[in-house]
Design a protein around this ligand. Structure first.
Ligand code: MF3
Ligand code: CO
Length: 260
């Protein structure tokens, strides 16, 4: 399958899927506090997703056993929710979720602090989010895909952070993962030319230490090799002739203006 251009009808469905996912994240964030299990967050997330008439995109995807990926501290992505994993004050937790609405997916991730967190952790979360928006400056029809990658990677690396290169963003639509793959660091080639109507999930995964990662024995959970903290920020976007349309922001984020 090659990179597809979505019709206005398809984009409208993805807008709906994106709005719903933004609400799910908004609700989940309120539940992030010391003492709560990652299992509880997954349960709540799945209930919310279904209450909007959607399916959780991740459930059973390649055998993934839950609805939300919940990754704590040195866990980068794909953490499996568990009753035994209790969030504690000072942790950081990445919530990654996808919803399927009328045949179309949206995908977004956020990292939150649990109670009060260190300045180091706060900055990592904030700069990971900003690296996404640095990438957005190049997410314009006529530019090339890897201009986004370079902007993300250069920004994150300017703080000495390690950018994860073993995992990438991706095209998205009627499938959760479509072409193209979207790296988060400089590439030797410029990548495909961006066109209006391409729908992409851009998702920097940034580590406080090395960018190298390992897979745990559950075959899902990805952790930093040096056990340093990791943050994740992801949105589903549509390429236009101007600024990209970011489908997975909340009403508040859109009106208050999250763009820097
Ligand atoms: N946002 C992640 C990704 O795009 C979620 C997929 S995890 C899985 O890779 F559980 F669905 F496999
Ligand atoms: Co994704």
């Amino acid at each position: 399958m090659s990179v597809t251009i979505k019709s206005e009808r398809e984009i409208e469905l993805m807008r709906q899927a994106g709005k719903i996912l933004a609400k799910v994240h908004e609700e989940l964030e309120k539940e992030v506090k010391p003492g709560i299990s990652t299992f509880h967050l997954d349960r709540l997330g799945e209930e919310l997703i279904r209450s909007f008439g959607c399916e959780p995109s991740f459930k059973n995807y390649q055998g993934y056993p839950a609805s939300i990926c919940i990754s704590v501290n040195e866990e980068v992505v794909h953490g499996i929710p568990s009753k035994e994993r209790i969030l504690r004050e000072g942790d950081i937790v990445s919530l990654d979720a996808g919803v399927l609405y009328k045949g179309y997916h949206s995908d977004a991730a956020r990292t939150h602090g649990v109670g009060s967190i260190s300045e180091e952790a706060r900055l990592l979360i904030e700069r990971t989010r900003q690296s996404f928006f640095e990438g957005m400056k190049y997410a314009v029809a006529g530019k090339h895909l890897h201009e986004i990658s370079r902007a993300i990677g250069d920004y994150a690396q300017s703080f000495g952070y390690g950018v994860v290169t073993d995992l990438c963003g991706h095209g998205i639509g009627s499938h959760l993962h479509e072409e193209p793959e979207i790296p988060n660091t400089r590439q030797f080639r410029r990548g495909i030319k961006l066109r209006q109507g391409m729908t992409l999930a851009v998702e920097p995964m940034i580590n406080a230490g090395t960018g190298e990662v390992l897979w745990m024995d559950d075959d899902w959970t990805v952790v930093t090799e040096d056990m340093s903290l990791s943050a994740h920020y992801e949105n589903t976007i549509v390429i236009t002739e101007g600024r990209p349309e970011i489908l997975t922001l909340t009403e508040r984020e859109l009106t208050e203006g999250i763009w820097q």
